[in-house]
Design a protein around this ligand. Structure first.
Ligand code: PAF
Length: 282
């Protein structure tokens, strides 16, 4: 595995590989890799000749009051597991190289970014879209793999690529869970032992909502109330940021379930803000 740290070098190397007729799949990450990331790398491996993983904690997607400085980091672990998973190039740029001091250009998908996570994290998706665009411009991947855990992120990136005619295929990959159902996330590292024991109830609550929908419950309000009650009972210290029923393609809020919908949740537990989602149908 090659480790590349400069923008010039990754650009030149990827250009050379493309000239040789190789296809490239990119897996953008912020490091502290877990099985979920490894499944993205596995998918990338199936799709293309060359797998590039980027490892960059992108400062522009964090608001000043968020966890940029505390974001978990373990470069040696990441290098080991990316190599074992079959990565060809690990790209680890410096923030000062990715962003000029007077950086002033942003990529935004405002309609999709103002709902769900965007309500409490208004600049987050602008930062994500901007850094992902920069990675696409440096690497020119044929494919880019993103996890369905960050359902809103995946939807926004698909829209951005469509709207701007970016020549890359966005590949959404299934959410990977711990054995007890907790969605894998680097931020699970913030949980205490006691909190960790309770958080699988987020998934259990969502499964109960899917069951309720199958039994004929179509009201988003009723489903939300049910989830709130369930979480209050089972994770008393948790605070629900949102529990929303949305259209699976455009994230439009739905009051009534017609056919299929996504229920997306964000729940604060201690220092962690945990995301999960489920596709429900009648
Ligand atoms: O999902 C993430 O880890 C990040 O938002 C991403 C896509 C790597 C951009 O920084």
């Amino acid at each position: 595995m090659e480790i590349i740290t400069t923008l010039e070098a990754v650009k030149a190397r990827c250009k050379e590989l493309k000239k040789q007729g190789k296809t490239i799949a990119l897996v953008p990450t912020m490091g502290y890799l877990h099985e979920g990331h490894l499944s993205l790398i596995g998918k990338a491996r199936e799709l293309a000749d060359i797998v590039v993983v980027s490892r960059f904690v992108n400062p522009t997607q964090f608001a000043p009051n968020e966890d940029l400085d505390a974001y978990p980091n373990d470069p040696n672990h990441d290098r080991n597991v990316t190599e074992k998973a079959g990565t060809d190039i690990l790209f680890e740029p410096l923030a000062s190289a990715m962003y000029a001091e007077d950086h002033g250009t942003w990529v935004e998908v405002p309609e999709l970014a103002k709902v769900l996570c965007g309500v409490t994290r208004p600049i987050h998706f602008r930062g994500v879209c901007t850094v992902v665009t920069k990675l696409f411009n440096l690497i020119h991947p044929d494919f880019a793999c993103f996890g369905e855990k960050d359902y809103q992120q995946l939807t926004i990136i698909r829209r951005m690529v469509r709207d701007l005619n970016v020549d890359v295929e966005i590949v959404g990959c299934p959410l990977v869970r711990e054995e007890d159902g907790l969605a894998m996330s680097s931020r699970n590292a913030y949980l205490t032992k006691e909190e960790r024991a309770l958080v699988p109830h987020i998934r259990k609550g969502l499964l109960l909502l899917a069951e309720k929908a199958k039994q004929g419950e179509t009201s988003a309000k009723n489903l939300q109330n049910f989830f709130a009650e369930y979480i209050k009972e089972n994770i008393p210290a948790a605070r629900i940021d949102y529990c929303s029923m949305v259209d699976k393609d455009n994230l439009e809020s739905l009051e009534t379930l017609k056919d299929k919908a996504v229920i997306a949740v964000a729940v604060y537990v201690g220092k962690a803000r945990l995301l999960d989602n489920i596709l429900i149908s009648k």
